[in-house]
Write a protein that binds this ligand. Structure first.
Ligand code: TAP
Length: 476
């Protein structure tokens, strides 16, 4: 598969109507490695109109069995091209190759799940008070805009595109400007698998141009967005004008809560990768660690020792665990957080520096003595930085956990079943794991409370979110 360099519209690659192009920088080398077309408002108009034609012209009415067949074929081809997808991801965002391979497989698995779901998905019959016959239909919406970020570009694109297509919609996919290659590869592969032209369009281009043109387009029926809370708020405001459906997967500041009765040694050894994986650029990163005071000191020692063993380096090497940050700007942002933490009296237990002269690398960093009002404790950093604090009282700890405006993910470590259930109920968060750091399961809903979002990706909840629910009553 060749490196994509154009927009993917109507089943073919083409240049932007305005002729605009942008460059991609490899964050591991700081060098421009390719350029590609950048869409403008005219491209959005053409892509949306073509998607609407594809929806009216057959995709919405295609027999479920045929839709299943095409989605399974896409999954098969994604597996065939997994190595290309992984290599593109390494080049554009510096993701370690072993993670990129896993994520290529995850994307294929998402298509398999929704291929199987097509024939199991439908409405209900309801016993209503008037007698007669009442049933609901789950109908496709039309054209959906999927706007995705750069941190997990390929799997997040798949977990929006696959359920939307499975439910009978057409999709215009807008990748982040830093990571368009794997989204374009998905368009090309889906078309090769038999997806009719126009059903999936891929438009790389700037958020303020392509994103806003999509969100305000009258033919777009739903916007499915993953990204920052700030842009999510902006999209929600624009969508309010014509009551457009939105689902928003936004930022997080997830807690990792360790009780003294837990297997805290295991928690300490596994927790570094719950925040440092993907170089901390993960909306589920467990970046606030609360440890019961009686095990705080030994927990911190093990956590720091495990952090120092992490392999930070060339993302093309199979043993690398942390690649570079995605851009110079992202590293500057994270370093500003660290400067702030130092100024307000935090202790750096390990990390904080740049481990390599070339590439946007930053050492995984453990902060202690961070106050409850400090920026590093309250705000999403989106880099390899964690703060650890002791707690004495469960209720006071939970008040601090829930004082966050975010509520995406989190972990609870305890051997007590009743405590696990009590704390899991109390934490205001869309996704939690007990004695684990796992947040994402293809079969289960994924999304946030409060400023972490609205609606759910994955599972059957996502597919429902790409339909309108209609009720029909038939008199006897
Ligand atoms: P954003 O800057 O919000 O960008 C996300 C997407 O929105 C990109 O495709 C971006 O395009 C586009 N966009 C930017 N401005 C827009 C506008 N005015 N209208 C429509 N679209 C616009 O986020 P990011 O920097 O890519 O990702 C980091 C953030 O995403 C973090 O806060 C993180 O927590 C969050 N995130 C959340 C999740 C979940 S599942 N909750 C998952 C991953 C990331 P451009 O790239 O062209 O600007």
């Amino acid at each position: 598969m060749k490196l994509p360099g154009q927009l993917f519209v109507d089943g073919a690659y083409r240049d932007s109507a305005g002729g605009g192009r942008s460059s991609l920088i490899n964050p591991a080398t700081e060098e421009v490695f390719t350029t590609l077309a950048a869409a403008n408002a005219a491209d959005v108009q053409a892509a949306v109109e073509s998607a609407q034609r594809a929806w009216e012209g057959g995709w919405r009415d295609l027999a479920p069995g045929k839709r299943t067949e095409i989605l399974f074929k896409i999954a098969r081809l994604l597996r065939d091209y997994a190595e290309h997808i992984a290599e593109f991801e390494v080049l554009q965002i510096g993701k370690p190759i072993s993670d990129a391979r896993d994520e290529a497989g995850l994307g294929a698995r998402v298509f398999e799940y929704y291929a199987g779901a097509v024939s199991q998905f439908g409405g209900q019959t309801l016993p209503v008070a008037r007698g007669g016959f009442d049933f609901t239909l789950r109908q496709s919406m039309g054209v959906v805009a999927a706007i995705v970020p750069w941190n997990f570009p390929f799997p997040i694109a798949c977990w929006k595109v696959a359920p939307a297509l499975a439910a009978g919609n057409c999709v215009v996919l807008k990748p982040a400007s830093l990571s368009p290659l794997t989204a374009l590869a998905l368009g090309e592969i889906a078309h090769a698998a038999g997806l009719p032209p126009g059903v999936l369009q891929v438009l790389p281009g700037s958020g303020s141009v392509v994103g806003d043109a999509l969100v305000t387009h009258p033919l777009i029926r739903k916007v499915s967005f993953t990204g920052s809370t700030e842009v999510g708020r902006h999209i929600m405001g624009l969508a309010a004008r014509d009551i457009k459906r939105v689902s928003l997967e936004l930022g997080g500041k997830s807690p990792n809560i360790v009780f003294a009765d837990a297997d805290w040694q295991k928690a300490a050894e596994t927790s570094p990768m719950s925040v440092f994986a993907n170089t901390g650029q993960d909306c589920c990163a467990r970046s606030r660690v609360y440890v019961e005071r009686s095990v705080f000191q030994p927990f911190v020692e093990r956590f720091v020792a495990a952090t120092r063993k992490l392999v930070v380096g060339d993302p093309t090497h199979a043993e690398t665990q942390l690649g570079p940050l995605v851009s110079a700007g992202q590293r500057d942002t994270v370093e500003a957080f660290l400067a702030d933490a130092r100024r307000t009296g935090a202790t750096v237990a390990t990390g904080g520096g740049r481990p390599h002269a070339k590439g946007y690398y930053l050492e995984p960093t453990v902060l202690l003595n961070v106050g409850p009002g400090d920026r590093c404790w309250r705000e999403e950093i989106f880099g390899p930085v964690v703060a650890i604090t002791p707690f004495d009282d469960e209720a006071a700890m939970l008040r601090d956990v829930n004082a966050s405006p975010f509520g995406l993910s989190g972990s609870i470590w305890t051997q007590s079943l009743s405590r696990a259930l009590r704390v899991a109920r109390a934490v205001q968060s869309g996704v939690l794991s007990v004695n684990s750091h796992s947040s994402v399961h293809v079969e289960a809903p994924f999304g946030g409370f409060k400023s972490s979002g609205l609606g759910r990706d994955l599972g059957m909840s996502a597919m429902e979110g790409y339909t309108e629910l209609k009720n029909v009553y038939v008199a006897e």
